[in-house]
Design a binder for this molecule. Structure first.
Ligand SMILES: [Zn+2]
Length: 571
C-alpha cells in the first residue's frame, strides 16, 4: 500500500484526509509482530513526516506574511481537516504499539514517553485545557493592550524600550516609571486571571490521579531524569555561587555609571540585564548576515558551515524584518524533505547575530537527527534542544571578529562576548526565582489562590536571588514581577529547562577550549541521538555532566569570570 504514497512532499501538499485515511487504516489494521514492526514504524514515519512538513510549511507561510488571508485560511483548514484526524491516528498507533509489547530497537525512551502520555491522558481534561488556552489569550490581550502616553503619542511598552537605553538617567527613570505604572494598572485584572487558571490546573491534576499539578506537569514534560528536589539543589547552587557572581556584574555596572546604587532603570532590558555599550552594527543586510554566519561557523566545523550554505542556497532562511512578518524567531523542520528552516526578524543588531547562531544550532540538531530511522525518535525535549542552540552561540563566539570573516573589530567582539557571558550569569538567578516560585505555588495551592501571598513569595525570592539591584520605594512593582512572566501563566514549570541546558552548553564550550574538534564531534554525536537515550546519557555523549550541584556551577562560573577578565583586556 505504501508504495503509492508520494515520496516528495510537493506531491502530497494538497492531499485531503480522504486520500490519507486508507494509509492510516492500513497502519491501524496491519498485524504487528517482531518481524513486521520495523517496516510498520518506517511507514508510519513516512506518513507522519509528510503531514508534519505540510503543516509546518503552511504555518511558516502564515508567519512570512500575516496580512495574506489565504495562507491563514489554508493553515486553519489543514489543522481542522488533516491535523486533527492525524492526531487521533497518532494516538491510536501509539496505543497499538504499546499493546503489542514489542520493543523496537532504540525505542525504549519513546515507549516510556508514550506510556506517560497514556498514563496522564483524561478525556475530561481536553476541554479544561481549551479553557486554559482561552484564559491564556486573555492574558496575552491584557499584556498586549498595555500602552503609555509619551510626548503626546500612544506607545506600546515595546516601543518604549529603546528609551531605556538612553544615557540620560532621569529620562530612563521617567520611562521606567511610566511603564511600571501602566503595568500596575492591570494588577487586579491579572490577579483575577490567575485566580481562574489555578483551580483549573488543580482539577486537571486531580482528574489525572496526580497528587499535585507539579506531578502532572513533570510527566507531561517527560522529566524522568530529574526531580523537583534536583531543582531545589540547582536553586541552592545558584544562590551559593551564581548570585555572588551576578552581584559582581551589577557592581561593575554601578561603577561604570558612577551611581550610588543600581536602580531598575539602570538595566536596559526587562528586569535583569545590564546595558550593552556601545551599540554594535554588525551587518548591512541579511545576505551579509548569512555569509558571515557561514564564515564564522566554518571555523567551528566545515560540515556545519556547509549546512548553512545549503540552507542559504535552498532558500531555507528568511531572516529580514519586513512589514507584515510575524514577530520573533524560530527554527522548524521539514521532515519529509529532511531540511530545517530558520525564521527571524533581523534589523542589524548584535541580538540578530546571536539569534542566528542560536537558531543555527537548532537547525544543526535537525540535520543530525535526519539520520534516525523513525520520526518518533526525534521528539526531543527542551533540555537537550537548547544545548544544541546555546552551545553554538558559545562555540562560534571566538570567531566574531572580522579577521575570521565575522562582524567586529577585536574590541567590539570582546564587548559582545562579555555581554553574552554576563547574560548567562544574570539569567540563572532570575530563572531560579521563576522556577522556585512555581514549586511554591503548586505545593501550596490554597495559599497561592490569594495573589497577596504570591506577591510576598515572589518578593522574598527576588530578595534571595537578585539582591544586587536597588528597588527601594518600588515595592509594588517588585512583588508583582510574576505577572510579567508569561511562562507562569501559560507554560507552568517550563523555564528551568533553559538553565539546565545552559549548564550543558557551557561544558561543551569548556571542552572546546582544550580540544575544539573533539568537542564539536561530541556535540554533533549527541545531537544525532535524538531521544534514543535518557537525558544524562545525551549530556554525557556531548561531553557534559547532567548535574546541578554547587561544584559544577562553581567550575562554570569560574570559567565564565576568567574569560570575561581576559576579554576585558581586549575590550
Ligand atoms: Zn532555542
Amino acid at each position: 500500500m505504501f508504495d503509492t504514497l508520494p515520496a516528495r512532499q510537493a506531491d502530497f501538499a494538497n492531499w485531503s484526509w480522504a486520500q490519507i485515511e486508507p494509509y492510516a487504516n492500513d497502519l491501524l489494521s496491519r498485524p504487528l509482530t517482531a518481524a513486521s514492526v520495523d517496516q510498520w514504524l518506517a511507514d508510519w514515519t513516512r506518513l507522519s513526516n509528510l503531514i508534519d512538513e505540510t503543516y509546518n510549511r503552511r504555518y511558516v507561510a502564515t508567519t512570512l506574511d500575516t496580512t495574506d488571508k489565504n495562507v491563514v485560511e489554508s493553515f486553519h483548514t489543514y489543522l481542522a481537516e488533516v491535523v486533527e484526524p492525524a492526531q487521533v491516528m497518532e494516538d491510536q498507533l501509539n496505543k497499538k504499539l504499546l499493546a503489542s509489547n514489542l520493543e523496537p530497537k532504540d525505542f525504549a525512551i519513546q515507549l516510556r514517553n508514550i506510556r506517560a502520555d497514556a498514563d496522564i491522558f483524561r478525556a475530561e481534561n481536553v476541554s479544561l485545557g481549551t479553557d486554559l488556552q482561552k484564559i491564556g489569550t486573555e492574558y496575552d490581550q491584557t499584556i498586549g493592550a498595555q500602552t503609555v502616553q509619551w510626548a503626546g503619542e500612544e506607545k506600546t511598552l515595546t516601543q518604549m524600550k529603546p528609551f531605556l537605553h538612553s544615557d540620560d538617567r532621569a529620562l530612563r527613570e521617567r520611562v521606567w516609571k511610566a511603564i511600571s505604572e501602566r503595568r500596575l494598572a492591570d494588577r487586579a485584572r491579572l490577579n483575577e486571571i490567575w485566580g481562574r487558571m489555578l483551580p483549573i490546573r488543580l482539577k486537571m491534576a486531580a482528574n489525572a490521579g496526580q497528587e499535585t499539578f507539579r506531578d502532572l506537569q513533570w510527566k507531561a514534560f517527560k522529566r524522568f531524569d530529574y526531580t523537583p528536589a534536583d531543582c531545589e539543589t540547582f536553586h541552592r547552587a545558584i544562590e551559593a555561587v551564581v548570585v555572588p557572581a551576578a552581584n559582581r556584574v551589577y557592581e561593575r555596572q554601578r561603577q561604570l555609571l558612577g551611581v550610588p546604587t543600581l536602580r531598575p532603570w539602570d538595566l536596559d532590558r526587562d528586569d535583569v540585564y545590564p546595558p550593552s555599550r556601545p551599540p554594535l552594527h554588525p551587518f548591512t543586510d541579511v545576505t551579509d548576515l548569512e555569509f558571515k554566519t557561514e564564515a564564522i561557523i566554518r571555523h567551528v566545523d566545515p560540515v556545519l558551515a556547509d549546512r548553512v550554505k545549503l540552507m542559504r542556497e535552498e532558500k531555507l532562511l528568511d531572516l529580514a524584518n519586513r512589514k507584515g512578518k510575524a514577530p520573533g524567531g524560530y527554527q522548524t523542520d521539514f521532515a519529509a524533505s529532511k531540511r530545517p528552516f530558520i525564521f527571524m526578524n533581523a534589523v542589524g543588531l548584535h541580538d540578530d547575530v546571536q539569534t542566528m547562531l542560536h537558531e543555527a544550532g537548532h537547525a544543526f540538531h535537525s540535520f543530525e537527527m535526519h539520520g534516525l530511522p523513525y520520526s518518533q525518535q526525534k521528539e526531543i525535549t527542551s533540555e537537550i534542544a537548547e544545548v544544541a542552540s546555546m552551545s553554538m552561540e558559545l562555540l562560534a563566539a571566538p570567531y566574531l571578529e572580522k579577521k575570521y570573516g565575522g562582524y567586529y573589530t577585536e574590541s567590539e567582539a570582546a564587548h559582545a562576548r562579555i555581554e553574552h557571558l554576563e547574560h548567562i550569569i544574570l539569567f540563572w538567578p532570575f530563572m531560579a526565582v521563576v522556577d522556585a516560585f512555581q514549586h511554591w505555588v503548586y505545593t501550596h495551592p490554597t495559599q497561592a489562590a490569594d495573589a497577596a501571598n504570591c506577591d510576598a513569595v515572589w518578593g522574598d525570592l527576588w530578595a534571595r536571588f537578585i539582591p544586587g539591584v536597588d528597588w527601594s520605594g518600588l515595592e509594588d512593582a517588585r512583588v508583582t514581577g510574576w505577572h510579567r512572566k508569561l511562562h507562569i501563566f501559560q507554560i507552568p514549570f517550563y523555564y528551568v529547562d533553559y538553565g539546565l541546558a545552559q549548564v550543558g552548553a557551557l561544558q561543551v564550550w569548556r571542552n572546546s577550549l582544550t580540544d575544539a574538534s573533539r568537542a564539536v564531534q561530541q556535540y554533533r554525536y549527541a545531537l544525532s541521538l535524538g531521544v534514543t537515550r535518557p537525558l544524562p546519557e545525551l549530556f554525557a555523549a556531548a561531553g557534559a555532566k547532567f548535574a546541578f550541584d554547587e561544584a559544577t556551577m562553581r567550575d562554570l562560573v569560574t570559567l565564565i569570570e576568567g574569560t570575561i577578565d581576559d576579554l576585558r583586556a581586549k575590550a
